[in-house]
Design a protein around this ligand. Structure first.
Ligand code: PMP
Length: 446
């Protein structure tokens, strides 16, 4: 073994790697808690990567994985399999009624790539529109959709990604709007403006998260998605809801777009579909779109797409969500919201608390300047107190997430979390903010 290989990772390079990163080694988990190799317990208030929605030890899912592996562990993705068909049926049962068919894949990135392959083919148009700041994946195809500048610059340092135009997110810092409705109108008009400028005939689809995920848990202002649906209909463009994070109870409903009362042409999903116990993803497509895909050859596929073991995990996870987890997420989510908003009110360093259900962001800002304490996009070096808050919370046994950009703390626990765990985690966050900002504010006397 080379000297460069650290004992912690045994040679496995962590994703989103940074030489300054210092990840813990997780060896065990139960419900909303994980344990490191020294036996320390952590409340997992990020569900690892927003994905272990059912918690870490759901027996129903584990049994289903075991049973399927013993029945038939693998069936070609070009053939039929009963478990795969059952999951397709279960997914279309809980999705908006117009979505009738499922094209499985393995990861969220590949689900988005499959969706745009289908959209481009069905619409016979090359471009897709997505928003700045968004995250839709890190492979070249899905990476083209991603608007997060950090992912873009990493991907595009050596090769251009193509086929995607960008528009601004519906945020107050992008558009003036005295009310949510006014903001929605201005932001949606802007999407139509971008669409016209790209050439409406050249645009196959708009891809958007119903509630932003890694970019900061922001919800759309009221009426925004309705207007987008109308714009897509007017210009014959498909609307694709990326539910890789927002789906499976994370934002209060089976899918985040259902809360908006809007029917998308496709939903892409991954992560929570199996509670991340086994990789699985895919696209749920509208009946008319499915008919077009089925009308001719669609000579694309992936060996592991719709893996039977993953589909069995998916069926069991959906059962668990239906069996009280989504309900618990809504109930405890309301309590989490209340507690986080109280923390936001207590600290001048927090500009905003935003989110829905079990997905929240506390956005930090220097109250004196109205700017981030540290802007990772424009400052190469420096201390980021928001990262220090997360580290302080981790040192006290609670894991939170960083957003893109890293000006926020993201809170996204498993749906099985209890009120007591919320209290413990939010108290630790509150104390961490107190410690870090008291230190930052302390006068330098030497
Ligand atoms: N879409 C969204 C909204 C995501 O947040 C992510 C990953 N965090 C992806 C797609 C890509 O999923 P994966 O990492 O499984 O490729």
């Amino acid at each position: 073994m080379s000297d460069d290989v650290t004992a912690e990772d045994g040679g496995a390079i962590p994703h989103w790697y940074s030489p300054d990163g210092d990840g813990i080694t997780i060896v065990d988990g139960e419900d909303a808690t994980v344990y490191d190799d020294a036996g320390n317990a952590y409340l997992d208030f990020l569900s690892q990567l927003y994905c272990v929605n059912a918690g870490h030890s759901n027996e129903t899912i584990l049994d289903a994985i075991d049973d399927q592996a013993r029945t038939v562990p693998y069936v070609s993705s070009a053939k039929h399999n009963d478990t795969r068909s059952a999951l397709a049926g279960a997914l279309t049962d809980v999705a908006p009624a117009n979505l009738t068919d499922v094209f499985f894949s393995v990861t969220g990135s590949e689900a988005n790539e499959a969706a745009i392959q289908i959209a481009r083919k069905v619409q016979d148009a090359p471009k897709v529109l997505t928003r700045w700041q968004s995250y839709h994946g890190g492979t070249y195809g899905a990476g083209a959709l991603t608007g997060d500048p950090s992912t873009r610059s990493t991907l595009e340092r050596y090769a251009a990604t193509t086929g995607s135009g960008k528009f601004l997110p519906p945020l107050p810092e992008c558009f003036d709007g005295a009310t949510g409705e006014a903001l929605a109108e201005k932001a949606a008009n802007h999407v139509e403006y971008v669409l016209r400028n790209e050439g409406t005939d050249s645009v196959a689809a708009i891809v958007m998260e119903p509630v932003a995920g890694t970019s900061g848990a922001y919800t759309a202002p009221p009426g925004y998605f309705e207007r987008l649906r109308a714009i897509c209909d007017d210009h014959d463009v498909l609307l694709i809801s990326d539910e890789v994070i927002a789906g499976f109870g994370r934002c209060g409903d089976w899918f985040g777009i259902q809360t908006e009362g809007v029917k998308p042409d496709m939903i892409t999903f991954a992560k929570g579909v199996t509670s991340a116990y086994v990789p699985l993803a895919g696209v749920i497509v509208d009946e008319a779109v499915a008919a077009e895909v089925r009308a001719a050859d669609h000579d694309l596929g992936q060996t592991f797409a719709g893996h039977p073991v993953a589909c069995a995990a998916g069926l069991a996870a959906l059962e668990a969500y239906d069996d009280g987890l989504i309900e618990n997420g809504v109930e405890v989510g309301a309590y989490l919201e209340e507690r986080l908003k109280a923390v936001a009110d207590r600290h001048d360093a927090i500009r905003e608390c935003r989110g829905r259900g079990m997905l929240w962001s506390l956005v930090f800002e220097d109250p004196e300047t109205g700017e981030p304490f540290f802007d990772p996009l424009s400052e190469a070096e420096g201390e980021n107190p928001v990262a220090a808050v997360r580290q302080e919370a981790e040192d006290h046994g609670v894991l939170f997430g960083s957003g893109r950009p890293d000006v926020q703390v993201i809170v996204s626990p498993p749906l099985c979390v209890t009120r007591e765990e919320v209290d413990q985690a939010v108290d630790a966050l509150d104390a961490a903010i107190e410690t870090v900002f008291a230190e930052t504010a302390a006068p330098a006397d030497d």
